[in-house]
Design a protein around this ligand. Structure first.
Ligand code: GLC
Length: 721
């Protein structure tokens, strides 16, 4: 339809119809019998059949049959026959579940994120979904926060690359069939709650907000994301949902975003408990004025903007026109059912191709944290298998409603080796605070004796997927006492212990690490977890994942992240245990495992670091595979601005390159260094300062080769020895 048609529609709508068009509810809220997942507290918002006939969008309807019924009834009842938008949380897959985003980020392969999102778009569009609330572009430095699993970790550049890839995967070129619109969330900085406590206060400097937390949202919008979701938290003491500086000055004016802004679940209503609004009417007016178009899961717009002409009518018109434009871009006026098809659902949900892709992608996301040579296992050796995740299907991760179960590790292993060789000894359910499985059964000597014929035992440990995601902050990140005891007992029994850790966050592994001969961080890898982990443990795949989030020694060390400032009294030599420097008495400053870290079954050597300038500045290094097996290395470029008007991080990731090398093969990796890599935000604009820069290339944030250069604005780079 053309814009005139949309303007005509708008002109024919009453104020209350406009407010209803700007309201999104779960089907249960407007009298539908279809029960679909409620992803927040049920505040009891219900609307009458009449007003429900005019609402604009539906939250989390998850199947074609329901969508078709709801849409058809709506088109009959809505006075203007404006089709409903169906939106849902498709975070890491729809029916075929892919690794959680925190795991996907560890692949350092944005193309895998794009592929998984393309498949998720196809599976969900045939179920009638038009918009996904993804990518979650919140940067996270605190693993106590449960939603770290939905993020790609602690680095602005990596988050930006993966947000871009997700939008491309969901939306394709321009919302062609089997693609869905992307809603980037949660704008902004929801990933920085004080204490890692869910929904807690966020208090950041403007510079840190700009330099660190905003780039990934901006990247998603530059990639064409059609919607933005506001976050629950405050930004500079004003809740994001009512934050004009954030939503109008930055998002709309500076970034030029003209798509739809949607609140989070009742975040309009939550202005009241925040203490930012007197009542629902005040909350509605402040949200609309700040720039929120759609109110999700509350009805303050409908309760406030009703009947009489209202001074907010022009704002209502702007918001409604943006919603109508999105519906038009999706082709809903011509075809309100779009791709919804129960027949197509049965063809493509969990298809062989989609599951194969899920297994291949999952194999790139696990991270080998320790290996004293016990891995890879030989598929002809007898192995023990125990731990709460040994045969558990709860391996897909949060936000997987309707597909909560995947291939277990046991199933995966039996797909590649004889079950007779696998001595399985289950010991309870995954450990969950939320689901009430406080710990595994006690591993006594009789239990350990069950592995008498095995030199090597795989211990599948971790946290339950219910204890990750929204509303799942924790202060204790250790494995449960009996899981740590299991590892100890196996070690004391002289077994080679391979710990496979299932979690949606970095856990505190330091206490158990001495008992483990190998540690494979399995995250939650989705539907095909077990097969992918089997491929990795048996050496069919050479591990290539690299951490995108630091693993702390202890929760007391949090926040610990790689791109920190140096301080005025940096600790230069930990062995000296100097008193008056920035350190702890009882813990190192560096994390147990740092950003970019990960092992392989191959060994890679870095040499010949070179900085050169011939018109452009480049940094290069030679990487050689010293082993006899092919492997993939992620070569990382870090830069430090040594002195500037604002202090700068000790290093910042500025590029990365995955290189696949056969045994003995070497390659020279060259990075071009441009001004955009050297600038930072000061007040309202990016600045590039003259001065000395340190350029680093390496296998992780703490293991690099480096050189220094001096840069002035107008002259070429002067290399400093
Ligand atoms: C939840 C989440 C948000 C999600 C929304 C709809 O509270 O914060 O990420 O998209 O509600 O389910």
């Amino acid at each position: 339809m053309d814009k005139q048609f949309l303007l005509y529609l708008l002109s024919s709508m009453s104020t209350e119809e406009k407010a209803a068009q700007l309201t999104q509810l779960n089907p249960v809220c407007f009298g539908h019998e279809f029960i679909t997942p409620l992803t927040g507290p049920d505040f009891g918002f219900r609307v009458s059949k009449k007003s429900g006939a005019s609402i604009g969008s539906v939250l989390n309807c998850d199947n074609a049959t329901a969508m078709i019924a709801i849409q058809k009834r709506h088109m009959e009842e809505d006075p203007h026959a404006i089709p409903l938008l169906f939106m849902a949380d498709i975070i890491h897959g729809f029916k075929t579940i892919f690794p959680i985003p925190l795991a996907l980020g560890c692949s350092f392969s944005p193309e895998l994120m794009e592929e998984s999102c393309r498949i998720a778009a196809m599976e969900s569009s045939v179920s009638g979904i038009h918009v996904t609330f993804s990518p979650m572009a919140d940067l996270v430095r605190d693993p106590r926060w449960g939603r770290v699993m939905e993020s790609c970790g602690e680095d602005p550049l990596l988050n930006a690359r993966f947000s871009t890839a997700a939008v491309r995967g969901y939306q394709g070129q321009n919302l062609e069939p089997l693609r869905i619109a992307s809603c980037v969330k949660h704008f902004a900085a929801y990933g920085a709650p004080e204490g890692g406590r869910e929904y807690n206060t966020v208090d950041l400097s403007y510079g840190i907000l700009r330099d660190t937390y905003l780039p990934a949202y901006r990247a998603a919008l530059d990639a064409g994301a059609k919607l933005v979701m506001t976050s629950f938290n405050t930004v500079d003491r004003i809740p994001a949902t009512a934050n004009t500086a954030l939503l109008r000055d930055i998002l709309r004016t500076e970034w030029g975003f003209n798509g739809v802004v949607i609140s989070d679940f009742n975040s309009v209503g939550e202005l009241i408990p925040h203490g930012a609004a007197e009542d629902g009417t005040d909350a509605a007016r402040k949200s609309l004025t700040a720039g929120v178009d759609i109110e999700m899961m509350s009805t303050h717009y409908m309760d406030t903007f009703c009947g009489t002409p209202d001074e907010a009518d022009s704002l209502l018109d702007e918001a409604v026109l943006r919603v109508l434009t999105l519906k038009n871009e999706l082709g809903l006026f011509e075809n309100p059912l779009r791709d919804a098809s129960p027949e197509q659902e049965s063809h493509c949900h969990l298809s062989v191709e989609n599951r194969a892709a899920a297994r291949r992608i999952a194999g790139e996301c696990a991270v080998l944290l320790k290996n004293n040579g016990v891995l890879p296992l030989a598929p002809i050796q007898a192995i023990g298998l125990t731990g709460p995740f040994a045969a558990s299907s709860r391996v897909v991760g949060g936000w997987s409603a309707g597909s909560e179960h995947g291939i277990s590790l046991y199933e995966g292993l039996t797909g590649s080796m004889s079950a007779d060789l696998i001595h399985l000894a289950e010991c309870g359910e995954p450990v969950s605070i939320l689901n009430g499985n406080p710990d595994i059964s006690f591993p006594d000597e009789t239990f350990i004796a069950r592995f008498k014929d095995c030199d090597t035992v795989i211990a599948a440990v971790g946290e339950d997927q219910a204890d990750t995601g929204e509303g799942a902050s924790k202060t204790n990140l250790r494995l449960s006492p009996n899981q740590e005891l299991l590892l100890l007992k196996l070690h004391e029994a002289g077994k080679k212990v391979v710990a496979v850790v299932f979690s949606g966050r970095p856990l505190e592994l330091a206490p158990a690490l001495p008992y483990c001969d190998a540690v494979l961080q399995a995250w939650f890898l989705g539907t095909e977890s077990g097969g992918a982990l089997s491929d990795l443990l048996l050496g069919k795949i050479n591990p290539s994942g690299r951490l995108t989030v630091s693993f702390p020694y202890t929760a007391g060390q949090i926040p610990v992240y790689y791109n920190h400032f140096q301080t005025g009294r940096p600790e230069k030599d930990p062995t000296k245990k100097e008193r008056y420097v920035s350190r702890y008495l009882d813990c190192p400053n560096d994390p147990l495992f740092c950003f970019g870290y990960g092992l392989s079954y191959s060994e890679f050597e870095y040499s010949n670091f070179c900085l050169c300038e011939s018109g452009t500045l480049t940094a290069s290094v030679t990487v050689r595979n010293l082993s006899d097996r092919e492997g993939t290395e992620t070569v990382q470029l870090y830069i430090r601005d040594v002195a500037a008007r604002c202090v700068r991080p000790v290093r910042e990731l500025k590029d990365f390159r995955r290189v696949r090398l056969t045994g003995g093969e070497s390659a020279t990796i060259v990075f071009s260094i441009g001004p955009e890599m050297l600038s930072y935000y000061k007040t309202d604009s990016a600045v590039l300062e003259d001065g000395e820069y340190e350029i680093m290339i390496g296998r992780n944030a703490l293991d690099t080769l480096s050189g220094k250069i001096y840069i002035t604005h107008n002259t070429s780079v002067k290399e400093q020895v």
